[in-house]
Design a protein. Structure first.
Ligand SMILES: *Cc1c(COP(=O)(O)O)cnc(C)c1O
Length: 404
């Protein structure tokens, strides 16, 4: 059997469709972010990153770096085991306390990533609650979809951000089945925000629990960075809030928060929690420092909002269509995978602008886009440079100037 030929055949099909993924090899420059050194031959030595999920630049914040260094000097590098077998450090416990406080919940549970937290929590809830039904927003992240699939629970997909459709679908289910409504606050590809209050009201009406992914909102929304649920004063009505330490908090890891009984349940039954080495204590310490900083500092959030507004205004002024949404994510729709890739390549090569093309399967075919995430550390000159580059390319590529 020629396995390599079998592998190549499928990868070649991706290449033909324009969906083959090429990673930019970068070296983030601490203290100079969003500037990064590029190690690719066909890019300038220094590029500006426009698609980072380190939304606030916390990955290079002095307080966060110092916390990580101190913890390494105190405890060494790895955790040394699973949480159960010698892997629980003081830093994990302190971070779980910080997270529970962030969301106003009784308890929290750490995972090695946001992906794992969604996968493990939904698998456990769906498989362990007898006759559970999971009602999943149609645009939910792959980590939730995989968790639901793995649980083998009955799954019902409801129309994106549509509480009425959710209501109809909940009403059609047996009254005594445990129901879990799974959704996100900020959807990271379109940058739209869910109608949280309406969804909660529908779920409450049917006695369903709510499972909210706040991955693209924690650190960014709410007076203490507790996400959209904090901003709207709705956190106490959400059963489970899930988040990541890898995006706005600038580190790595994932978590769920909720009642002590629920966290204890997931801790006790989730294989994705039990059978894997705990996060390095230094990562936990850094994440805690980042969360604690963003609980009191508004500076980063305010500066980010300012940059987002400036970029949007300048795109409008130059007739570059972008999705109008209430979040910090600015998608510029290209709607063609080959064109999307080509534009990203030219931006990188000729302008030192790094924005990764977003193609299938991350977004549906025909909705390919460039997704810009302005942060507090992008300067006015960075924004002007980006808008100039896009304006020139727009004319060259003769993409219709239309409001998306
Ligand atoms: C990135 C992402 C995750 C996974 O978080 P990681 O910490 O990166 O594994 C989960 N949910 C959503 C909506 C995401 O975009």
């Amino acid at each position: 059997m020629d396995f390599d030929a079998m592998f190549s055949k499928q990868v070649d099909a991706l290449k033909e469709d324009g969906n083959y993924r090429i990673f930019a090899e970068l070296e983030r420059k601490c203290g100079a972010f969003p500037r990064a050194k590029s190690h690719d031959d066909d890019a300038p030595d220094e590029v500006t990153v426009w698609c980072s999920n380190d939304y606030l630049g916390m990955g290079q914040h002095p307080v966060v770096r110092q916390a990580m260094k101190d913890a390494i000097d105190d405890c060494g590098t790895g955790a040394g085991g699973t949480r159960n077998i010698s892997g629980t450090a003081r830093h994990h416990v302190a971070l779980e306390g910080e997270l529970a406080d962030l969301h106003g919940k009784q308890d929290a549970l750490l995972f090695t990533s946001g992906y794992v937290s969604n996968w493990a929590a939904l698998s456990t809830l769906g498989s362990r609650l007898p006759d559970a039904v999971i009602l999943s927003d149609e645009f939910n992240h792959a980590s939730m979809i995989e968790g639901i699939r793995h649980s083998r629970a009955k799954k019902v997909i409801w129309r994106h951000n549509d509480p009425e459709d959710l209501d109809r679908k909940l009403a059609a289910l047996p009254a005594n089945a445990p129901k879990i409504v799974a959704f996100e606050s900020v959807y990271s590809m379109d940058g739209d925000i869910c109608p949280m209050q309406e969804i909660i009201e529908v779920a409450e009406k049917h006695g369903a629990m709510t499972y909210l992914d706040e991955v693209h909102a924690v650190g960014l929304y709410g007076p203490r960075g507790g996400g959209v649920s904090e901003e709207l004063g709705l956190a106490d009505r959400i059963t489970l809030i899930e988040g990541t330490l890898g995006k706005a908090f600038g580190c790595m890891g994932g978590y769920v928060t909720g009642s002590a009984a629920m966290c204890d349940f997931i801790r006790s039954f989730a294989s994705g929690f039990i059978f894997t080495t705990a996060l390095p204590p230094a990562v936990a310490a850094a994440a805690q420092a980042s969360i604690a900083h963003l609980k009191t500092s508004q500076t980063e959030r305010e500066m980010q909002r300012d940059r987002v507004a400036r970029l949007r205004a300048k795109l409008d002024a130059h007739g570059i269509p972008h999705l109008h949404n209430p979040s910090h994510i600015i998608p510029v729709m290209i709607k063609d995978p080959v064109k999307c890739r080509m534009l990203a390549d030219i931006l990188m090569r000729d302008w030192g602008v790094y924005v990764q093309p977003i193609n299938y399967p991350t977004v549906p075919k025909g909705t390919e886009r460039l997704r810009f995430t302005p942060g507090p550390l992008h300067s006015e000159a960075d924004i002007d440079h980006l808008v100039e580059a896009l304006t020139v390319l727009w004319k060259q590529c003769a993409i219709a100037h239309a409001v998306a």
